[in-house]
Design a binder for this molecule. Structure first.
Ligand code: ATP
Ligand code: MG
Length: 343
């Protein structure tokens, strides 16, 4: 098969399955903004509402969370005049290509996905079929734009790898080098921010415990309280990075500090090693408040005009469709669907 060189394009998404967390900010949003600001590469960012409804979402809350997430993107620095910002359900190509990929992906591939196992837990007979098929839709999200780079947190690595498998199988089945093989881009000191209550569990917006996470909508007092109450061990911070081995909660707070301060974890240890948490936690809280409070204030301001947010999302959906619709059409032709231009 001929090697096709794909123009670099970035795609990533966040679910409106609750409010944005510090994990989403450091692992995803902040890096989306850096990629946008570097320039030279088209950036497509999606509020993935079709993914959110794989678990029950109260309709009014879904609407609110979608707008709030859009506000979070913009308040963090995504410029909708530069990046394409939209919600997934407004661009039908995602669901259509997702169906085709349901027919490409294998059941066994899905059964290996750790996110499904984590989210389904012991209840796997009773979760939605959508939760199981989620990775095929995620592959469609990425590949509908022929995206080549996918900035995500560590937790999404397996899904991006599955996207590569789906692209390769499609190309191989139809004997055409059509879909690119997208790269997960997992960088920085906070690729996996952990729960403040349990250093072995990922911080998540859908965690039932609000104390487990920092939300971008939390005020300064709440942030300080959550950090003060964050689980830690009784030892002071170590003098070397190796000293964090076996101390997941301490490591998490050091990584969060590093990502917020744009330092390496080594530099944080060099500055704060030997400190008790009673000293380190207030410094971390001050830093978090300094970084997050301008974003919180801007989100508040944007949320006062939901009609403007809806207009921005509609404009983004139009631009997204211009890219995705021809790629979907060509996919349907390749598959041999009549009426799609197939000869
Ligand atoms: P949910 O609990 O509903 O799955 P979530 O907090 O995991 O929500 P997602 O919408 O699933 O958020 O993920 C959006 C992006 O944020 C992805 O790129 C994901 O890798 C990243 N992300 C999520 N949680 C973390 C975390 N704790 N640390 C770093 N990145 C994260
Ligand atoms: Mg998630």
């Amino acid at each position: 098969m001929a090697e096709v060189v794909h123009t670099p394009r970035v795609f990533s998404g966040i679910q409106p399955s609750g409010g944005l967390t510090l994990g989403n900010y450091l692992g995803a949003l902040k890096r989306f903004v850096e990629t946008q600001d570097k320039g030279g590469i088209e950036t497509v960012y999606c509020i993935v509402d079709l993914h959110a409804i794989t678990v029950w979402q109260d309709p009014a809350k879904l609407t609110h969370a979608t707008r709030e997430l859009a506000a979070g993107f913009i308040a963090s620095g995504i410029d909708p005049a530069i990046s394409i910002l939209f919600n997934q359900s407004q661009v039908p190509a995602h669901a259509q290509l997702g169906w085709i990929f349901n027919c490409v992906a294998r059941l066994g591939w899905m059964q290996r996905m750790t996110q499904f196992k984590d989210k389904a837990g012991k209840n796997s007979e009773n979760v939605s079929l959508g939760l199981f098929a989620y990775p095929a839709l995620m592959a469609a999200d990425i590949l509908a734009y022929h995206a080549t780079h996918v900035p995500v947190g560590e937790d999404q690595k397996q899904h991006v790898e599955l996207t590569r498998d789906i692209a390769a199988k499609f190309n191989n089945d139809y004997g055409i080098e059509f879909f690119p093989s997208p790269e997960p881009v997992i960088e920085g000191a906070a690729t996996r921010v952990m729960s403040l209550r349990d250093g072995t569990k990922k911080m998540s917006k859908s965690d039932p415990s609000d104390m487990s996470r920092i939300n971008l909508t939390d005020d300064a007092d709440t942030i300080a309280k959550k950090i003060r109450k964050a689980k830690t061990d009784p030892e002071p911070l170590p003098e070397t990075l190796q000293g964090l081995d076996g101390r997941p909660e301490a490591r998490n707070l050091v990584n969060i500090y590093a990502a917020l301060a744009e330092m390496t974890p080594e530099q944080v240890i060099a500055e704060h090693g030997g400190q008790q948490f009673g000293t380190f936690k207030p410094s971390l809280a001050d830093l978090a408040v300094a970084r997050l409070s301008p974003i919180t204030a801007e989100m508040d301001r944007l949320m006062k005009d939901p009609a403007e947010i809806d207009r921005i999302l509609a404009g983004g959906a139009e631009r997204a469709s211009e890219i995705a619709a021809p790629i979907l059409k060509r996919t349907c032709e390749i598959v041999g669907m009549v009426g799609t231009g197939a000869g």
